[in-house]
Ligand binder design. Sequence first.
Ligand code: PMP
Length: 408
Amino acid sequence: MPLAKSIEAIRADFPILVTTVYGKPLVYLDNGATTQKPLQVIQTMDELYRTANANVHRGVHRLSDMVSERYEAARETVRTFINAPRREEVIFTANTTASINAVAFSFGERFVGEGDEIIISGMEHHANIVPWQMLCERKGSKLKVIPFSDEGVLDLEAYRNMISGRTRIVAVTHVSNVLGTVNPVKEIVAEAHRHGIPVLVDGAQGIQHGTVDVTEIGCDFYVFSGHKVYGPNGIGVLYGRAELLNEMPPYQGGGDMVANVTFEKTTYNELPFKFEAGTTNFTGAIGMAAALDYLTGLGREAVAEREQALLAQATAGLSAIDGMRIFGTAPHKVSVVSFLPGKIHQYDAGMILDKMGIAVRTGTHCAQPLMERYGISGNIRASIAFYNTEEEIEALVNGVRKATEMLG
Ligand code: PMP
């Protein structure tokens, strides 16, 4: 399936891609950390500030009305993008981290007690570890961790055996930000649901690489960040099943989340507003919707196909370098390659690549337990987007080879 635009036209949509770094053309391969923004997003936000800025849900005046309509239309765009059953099940937050913390706190307050258990996996980002640990500390509950193989595949047998009568929630990543593994979230959900246990899926690295259908996955919560899906920073999504969200207490109090306030008693607003206290990042939500529309316009499956081709090229090229270790060789992966060439330190190689204009991530990628699992202090990660080119992948491979020779 071809992309709706040529690669040249796509690259022209992303103004930053023509930047030079130390006089070299920028090769941006840090898309897992954050993605670049197309003009369609930049212009939407610019136009909003120029012509329609007013506080959302707060006024009877025309501008406030217009912004409120666009904010709610953005919610509908998100709903369609992830195929959520109902619009009120889409809550705007600051990012993935905020969404997970909201669930860990609010769900935890209502449903988790002393001696209860929470299951996560060994390949989680810190954002899907620490909020659950904090909950365990507050409540005296216990964290259980699904192990994974050297290839980066979750051990589902261990997962099945881990579920007990005390398990209250399962929280797993859709896609590992280090290994690129696409986890069998539908299967994980089905197993948990057989025991009546809800599942949160961390979609921070899942949402941008093809179609995501929360109804098909069957998960109870799905969370992601705008900035990783070609949208602005400071906006995120918490999708949650209404039945659960209605049972959960709000985790922040303030304006907009209330129905009626007196000093004696306050009643809360309905979904989604119950979980959107204060002035939300409405500009961000509208900008993110423009990004989702952009991806839909390109063709999400075509995006995934192009990225798979670039991933195959990068994996083959890097693997051919002497002493190369690739972390994450699961059969079902997105376009992320983590690697270490020989005994070279990741920072040294990263610095040399930077001088060549090549932007990759080095370090633990906010997944320290995963690094420990492999007995390494960190690695280099190239995360590829559809706007990257074959020439850029070649530049990465040549750059890594050169860095390896230099550091010998
Ligand atoms: N989960 C995963 C899998 C991630 O890759 C990231 C970002 N690296 C996060 C959560 C946190 O996202 P954010 O910083 O946007 O909240």
